[in-house]
Design a protein. Structure first.
Length: 69
């Protein structure tokens, strides 16, 4: 008989399967708060980024900034 697999796969940080039961949804897709915090830290420090050119006229303007006049 095959072992029960989680439909959400494994934690993207530590590669462990997520916990069973109610804890499984608490930090999804991560297995714990620790792994969720590691991922957040990577985003905030620039370890993750979306490559590509910035659209023209967008330099220096934050999301939701008022349009230039």
């Amino acid at each position: 008989m095959r072992a029960k697999t989680n439909r959400h796969g494994v934690c993207p940080i530590c590669r462990r399967p997520p916990p069973e039961g109610a804890e499984a949804t608490r930090f999804r897709p991560f297995c714990s708060r620790r792994c969720a915090d590691i991922d957040l830290h990577r985003w905030l420090t620039g370890a993750y980024r979306v490559d590509g050119d910035q659209a023209s006229g967008e330099e220096g303007r934050g999301h939701g900034a008022a349009p230039e006049t």
